[in-house]
Design a protein around this ligand. Structure first.
Ligand code: AMP
Ligand code: MG
Length: 367
């Protein structure tokens, strides 16, 4: 079967079961040959390589421009595949796997010798996940190897939630993309470390602190807000936490808070930028739509529907760049449950955060 290519990168876009079978076989072969393949998961598109092949894994870092000290998540098809990759599997891991795998939960566990150091950026732990997207699961089974995969974007830019996003960043730099449609979760997995007791959330996601606490029947630490950017002493808890992430090219200003306070801040900024003649992009909730206008507006969804907001977030950030806006103003959302993950990504993407507590004052500007 002849698949189309974009700048030399094969685009597998199967339209029926038979084509899917062919695409998966070809894709699995590429992985076994040490090539890079972007594939769909329910969270975001991953940029995969054979996790047991250090040369293949090194290509991920090169293609993305990813710092070598930022470890990768290793994707497996089921918990039975974990045994060769970890030194031990604590009972908490088995319990969480029973409830959340396949699904958007990554567990950090003590690594075995089998996992190459480059995969874990030299750490003695490995991050494991079983994705629930059917194509991802079939791909891992067909390749018969664990697949190391960070998000399939240029390091620092918004994560890709469609095959088109992947091609926009990586066409010509990777062997192929497997198109599986738009991602249903749209935000990266929750990362929980089981190295500590109690376990600790390193990155918030669709699986919330409350959900983990309910299953484990203990309180879980939330370390995702600990800013270890300037930590030059000792290894970072989760090295990925220190980098600016998810950022569109145009500077992004995040307006936190709620109600009238937040709305008047948004209005002041919007009017200011429009008066200056800057091409402004606004990212808003459904509820705020009627109150503002700007050259480019993206509506994420209702404030009562964080799942839709999460699913649309990265696409909205990318559309700002595709439409050439000069500055982006984003309405902040309530920071509870899934809203925590949305606000975590927005804060990392922002150059400036405006809060309501300080009566509209700038809370801080990132250096
Ligand atoms: P990405 O794949 O780019 O979405 O990011 C993977 C996330 O998992 C990053 O925040 C990493 O720092 C984190 N991670 C991967 N492996 C480990 C590990 N062994 N210990 C702590 N965090 C990890
Ligand atoms: Mg990423």
């Amino acid at each position: 079967m002849q698949w189309p290519k974009v700048k030399g990168t094969i685009l597998f876009s199967p339209r029926n079961g038979q084509q899917e079978e062919k695409a998966l076989l070809h894709a699995a072969r590429l992985l076994k040959e040490g090539e890079l393949l972007a594939f769909p998961t329910e969270t975001v598109y991953g940029l995969g390589a054979d996790a047991l092949d250090p040369v293949a894994v090194s290509r991920i870092f090169r293609a993305k421009g990813r710092p070598a000290d930022n470890p990768l998540i290793v994707h497996i098809a089921g918990i039975e595949q974990a045994s060769e990759l970890v030194r031990e599997l604590p009972p908490e891991a088995a319990l969480l796997a029973r409830y959340f795998w396949p699904g958007p939960l990554t567990m950090v566990l003590p690594k075995s010798e089998r996992v190459p150091d480059i995969c874990t950026a030299g750490l003695s732990s490995v991050a494991l996940r079983v994705p629930s997207h059917p194509l991802a699961l079939r791909l891992i089974r067909a390749a018969k190897v664990p697949i190391a995969a960070p998000s399939a974007n240029i390091s620092g830019s918004p994560s890709p939630t469609t095959a088109a996003h992947v091609l926009a960043d990586l066409a010509g730099r990777i062997a192929a993309v497997l198109d599986g449609g738009a991602c249903s979760v749209g935000l990266e997995s929750t990362v929980v470390s089981l190295l500590s007791s109690p376990p600790a959330i390193l990155r918030p996601g669709w699986v919330t602190q409350e959900m983990l606490e309910k299953i484990l029947k203990c309180s879980i630490l939330d370390l995702s807000t600990v800013d270890n950017k300037d930590d030059k002493q000792g290894p970072a808890l989760s090295p990925g936490m220190k980098y600016r992430h998810y950022a569109p090219k145009a500077p992004l200003i995040l307006v936190e808070g709620e109600g009238d306070d937040q709305r008047s801040q948004l209005l002041a900024l919007t009017e200011g930028f429009v008066m200056q003649g800057r091409k402004l992009g606004l990212i808003l909730s459904q509820e705020s739509k009627a109150f503002f206008s700007a050259p480019v507006v993206e509506i994420l969804g209702s404030r009562n529907d964080p799942a839709t907001v999460a699913r649309r977030l990265f696409n909205a950030l990318r559309r700002m760049d595709y439409q050439g806006v000069e500055v982006i103003v984003v309405e902040g959302f309530e920071e509870k449950e899934l809203g925590k993950a949305v606000m975590n990504r927005l804060r990392k993407a922002a150059v400036k955060i405006i809060g309501s507590e300080s009566k509209g004052g700038v809370l801080w500007t990132k250096s």
